[in-house]
Design a protein around this ligand. Structure first.
Ligand code: UDX
Length: 414
């Protein structure tokens, strides 16, 4: 976009990796973008705030705000970052919060800055990010909108200028509205997913096919082709679950009981447990079962296992006394460490399925669409496939001699 950027992280290993042109995580297009901008000296990475902040017109705070002990957001890293940045800010600088923070936080950050640096002429801006993992570069470069919250109109329009070249709609509002817009977006997406999962659960009991229902819903312009209405074992990841909890906490803190938000979470929590229920329908003694879980990440084509519903499935299976073997095509050391205590990790789907009574697809990785069902069936003790993400065609699975269970679909096979 033409800006010069200096990025700071406290992790020296990560900074070294980035200065070598490599992102410390998988994100399509990001390595190329980093290398291109390193070459043109537009971007640099450092552990030293002194190298980055004193010359900056804008300081973007992008630190994590994970779930705290009561479901509220833990803001300790954000306040620590502000404390470190504060003394180094140049007059007229903008402090822009990109981290997801509860409504009211940016006003408190501005108070902290004023108290600690009464003479600093700086403004605090709320500018929540809406990136999806696996689409981050594209979501950033082609956003549907940019939200700028500011207590001061001039600071707001200066912040908006950062995004001028993107050519998208920029909504400038007050700090509180910008903050809550991020939560509203994620709560809406989560609500759509829990809604369709509830419809799927009703479809299963009534012989209806949820995939035809979603096809019809997508064609309704009021719902839309990109609506989050793919049923499955529930939503996970580093944002949706923690943001709903934080919004519940904010609402309750203001004396409002958010019954709908709580119901979204209740439906979501029950989806992974349903996999054990399906096995109960098919097998009398669960404790003698061995099953394979394909996909551990919270969604397809990512390696991230944070708040992954696939991990919940593995835990519920373990609680039922079932031996779990697992495979994830994108697994790295972090995944291995998370899974090794609750499942045996394998190098491929066929090795994981060997001797198993059932296979469960738990993340919608693209490569699972290409599974060789005959090969899979041959190594299994019995041909049962539970498709927790509806990635395979039930008729094809049944033709390969499997009993097939999908989410919100009629049972196929024996
Ligand atoms: C999400 C928001 O989309 C993004 O705007 C915000 O900035 C961060 O949180 P992300 O966590 O990357 O992004 O995941 P997303 O692609 O939105 O999926 C979230 C979860 O919902 C995944 O577990 C996914 O499998 C599930 N999902 C999504 C469904 O179960 N059904 C759907 O129709 C869509």
């Amino acid at each position: 976009m033409g800006h010069r950027v200096c990025a700071v992280d406290i992790d020296a290993g990560r900074v070294a990796e980035l200065n070598g042109g490599k992102a410390p995580f998988f994100e399509p297009g990001l390595d190329e973008m980093i290398a291109r901008n390193l070459d043109s000296h537009r971007i640099s990475f450092t552990t030293e705030l002194r190298e980055a902040v004193p010359n900056a017109d804008a300081v973007l705070l992008c630190v994590p705000t994970p779930a705290g002990t009561n479901g509220d957001a833990d803001l300790s890293m954000l306040y620590a970052a502000l404390r470190d940045v504060g003394p180094l800010l140049k007059p007229g600088a903008l402090v822009i919060t990109r981290s997801t923070v509860p409504v009211g936080t940016n006003a408190l950050l501005a108070i902290q800055l004023r108290q600690e640096h009464p003479d600093a002429d700086v403004a605090v801006i709320s500018n929540p990010e809406f990136l999806r993992e696996g689409h981050a570069v594209d979501d950033f470069m082609r956003p549907e909108r940019v939200i700028i919250g500011a207590a001061d109109a001039d600071a707001g329009s200066r912040a908006a200028k950062l995004y001028d070249t993107l050519g998208c709609q920029i909504i400038i509002t007050d700090l509180e509205t910008a903050e809550i817009t991020k939560y509203a977006a994620n709560a809406y997406l989560a609500a759509s997913i829990s809604f369709i999962n509830e419809i799927a659960n009703i479809c299963e009991r009534t012989g209806a096919d949820v995939t035809k229902v979603t096809e019809a819903l997508h064609l309704d312009r009021r719902i839309g082709e990109h609506a989050y209405i793919e049923p499955g074992i529930g939503f996970g990841g580093s944002c949706l679950p923690k943001d709903i909890s934080a919004l519940v906490s904010t609402a309750e803190g203001h004396g409002y009981d958010p019954t709908l938000l709580k119901a979204i979470m209740a439906v979501n929590d029950s989806q992974p447990k349903r996999i054990v229920g399906y096995l109960r329908e098919l097998f009398t003694d669960l404790s003698s079962l061995k099953v394979a879980v394909l996909g551990i990440s919270f969604k397809g084509d990512t390696f991230d296992v944070r708040s992954s519903p696939a991990m919940s499935v593995i835990r519920h299976l373990g609680d039922a006394g079932i031996r779990v073997h697992a495979f994830d095509p994108m697994a790295d050391r972090t995944v291995e460490m998370c899974v090794s205590a609750i499942a045996e990790l394998h190098e491929d789907a066929y090795s994981a399925a060997t001797g198993c009574d059932a296979v469960i697809i738990a993340s919608e990785h693209s490569e699972f669409r290409m599974l060789d069902l005959q090969r899979l069936g041959k190594v299994m003790a019995s041909r049962v496939l539970i498709d927790g993400r509806n990635v395979l065609d039930p008729a094809t699975v049944a033709e390969a001699g499997f009993s097939h269970i999908g989410i919100g679909r009629a049972r196929r096979g024996d």
